[in-house]
Design a protein around this ligand. Structure first.
Ligand code: SF4
Length: 492
């Protein structure tokens, strides 16, 4: 398996293999059900959860509405605190900035804190092309990296692996990357964690450059916040001499008071904890304490295009808690890899097609990777109406129009495929706009119903082969209503 998602097929095809893999389904079912039950308990402990959820939504919406202002404030604050801010329009630019910064230090190794943004832009692969080795230090990310695998969950990237598989990966791969796995390693969690700890320790102590993302950026002081559970983040953020943080522009909150809301909702929604085990916050640089150089790379990469879509922009509220993945019946069966992106599950189904556009096969298929049951919306701590965005994106795919910003204009970009659906929708619009023609058509369909084929010809055959075409009634509904209810309740 390759380490990237490039060239993934459409969701149905990619999900097919996962659905038939019993081990994978067992691993996913066990893990998601365990986390979901714990989360539900942690949330019910908080009497004002609904108010916190609403507050989080409002803060994020307000910030997104005034994003330009808060980003400028953040840049000023970070710069005043001794940091340097870089702006990256897309993945290539961000990767180039980071590679140049690392090369300027003369180093060829970096340690990394788990970061969705750096996975989104394929930073590890880009650095490797420049001869720079990036070592993931989060336990699950380490498992993914050693296994030359891809992440399949936002919070637990190796959720598709069981303990036996992890032991095999450690035994096979650790010696290739550094300190080998201990002799006679078993699959008990304590032994696996100790093996990872020993393997990583030498990397922490050697690394001169750390790379991170951030969960939040506070505009008023220029403070960045990373929340994590293993302490590896604390090591990466404090030991190296140079720290480079790559962060999506939507991760900003205006004030510390705003941050307080998310520090309550994020741990309970993600790991079902009352508070986070390790919360590291830093503001620029401080003499004699922590990294001497701090660089913040602010990443757009499709976010301003997403902001241009009035319905879809709510996806930018996401705080990456992963609660929506853990309750999703589709994710539970299809697994994370089928979503063809570092953002799997319900949030991936609405975020990836917006960040990347719905022009590829995989991105045009993602809005359909849902039963629209709404469980994701119910658990989302920032109340993202994922089903609403899914339906909206389906409309964009079917209409063949992709909303794109061009300069200061919003334009429709034509998409390929779905010509038959578009033609059907155009015909429906024409008929529903002409009641007389619709009535005549319904009567004709009723009179000729015995002549209707039981399956569709041509390309429609595959569709009707697994479905029964609905029987056309002998009398259209309107005629029946007129005959039985005519004159009542205003019926005509
Ligand atoms: S969409 Fe909501 S529930 Fe899903 S990861 Fe983002 S914040 Fe969490």
């Amino acid at each position: 398996m390759s380490g990237t998602f490039v060239g993934m097929p459409a969701f149905p095809e990619a999900a097919h293999e996962a659905v038939n893999n019993q081990t994978l389904r067992g691993n996913l079912r066990h893990a998601t059900h365990t986390i979901r039950a714990k989360r539900a308990k942690a949330v019910t402990e908080v009497s004002d959860w609904a108010e916190l959820r609403e507050a989080g939504k409002r803060i994020k919406d307000h910030t997104l509405r005034h994003l330009d202002r808060y980003l400028e404030q953040l840049e000023t604050s970070v710069t005043a605190a001794g940091g340097t801010v870089h702006w990256a329009a897309d993945a290539d630019e961000a990767n180039r900035i980071v590679a140049d910064l690392v090369k300027a230090t003369g180093e060829s190794e970096v340690v990394k804190v788990k970061s969705m943004a750096t996975q989104e832009i394929g930073l590890n692969e880009a650095l490797l092309e420049e001869g720079i080795h990036a070592y993931e230090t989060d336990l699950a990310e380490l498992i993914v990296q050693l296994g030359k695998d891809r992440p399949s969950h936002i919070l637990v990237p190796a959720i598709h692996r069981n303990r036996g598989e992890i032991r095999d990966i450690f035994e096979r791969e650790m010696s290739e990357w550094g300190r080998p796995a201990p002799e006679g390693l078993t699959d008990t969690p304590a032994e696996l964690a100790e093996a990872a700890r020993l393997h990583l320790r030498e990397k922490f102590l050697r690394a001169k450059v750390g790379i991170s993302g951030a969960n939040f950026m506070v505009a008023e002081t220029g403070t960045l916040v990373v929340v994590e559970s293993e302490g590896n983040g604390r090591m990466c953020l404090t030991l190296p001499e140079t720290l480079i943080s790559v962060v999506g522009i939507e991760k900003i909150v205006p004030t510390w008071q705003d941050l307080e809301v998310f520090m309550q909702t994020l741990p309970r929604s993600s790991t079902a904890e009352r508070m986070n085990p390790y919360t590291t916050m830093w503001t620029g640089t401080t003499d004699g304490d922590g990294p001497r150089d701090f660089h913040l790379v602010l990443l757009d990469n499709g976010r301003t295009d997403t902001l241009a879509d009035e319905v879809g922009r709510q996806a930018l509220r996401c705080i990456r808690c992963s609660a929506c993945l853990n309750v999703c019946p589709v994710y539970e069966r299809a697994g994370g890899h089928a979503y063809g992106s570092v953002y799997p599950g319900p949030i991936g189904a609405i975020l990836s097609p917006q960040l990347r556009g719905v022009t590829s096969e995989i991105d045009a298929s993602l809005p359909y990777a849902s039963s629209l049951c709404g469980a994701c919306y119910d658990v989302c701590p920032v109340a993202i109406d994922i089903p609403e965005v899914l339906v909206h994106l389906r409309e964009r795919v079917v209409q063949g129009g992709e909303v794109m910003s061009k300069g200061n204009k919003v334009v429709l970009k034509p998409a390929k495929g779905h010509a038959a659906e578009r033609a059907a929708m155009r015909a429906a619009r024409w008929a529903f706009g002409r009641p007389g023609a619709l009535r005549a058509g319904q009567r004709l369909a009723s009179r000729t119903r015995r002549l209707h084929p039981r399956s569709l010809p041509g390309p429609g055959k595959a569709w009707s082969g697994t479905r029964d075409l609905p029987a056309v009634p002998a009398e259209p509904f309107r005629d029946w209503w007129q005959r039985t209810q005519g004159g009542k309740d205003g019926a005509k």
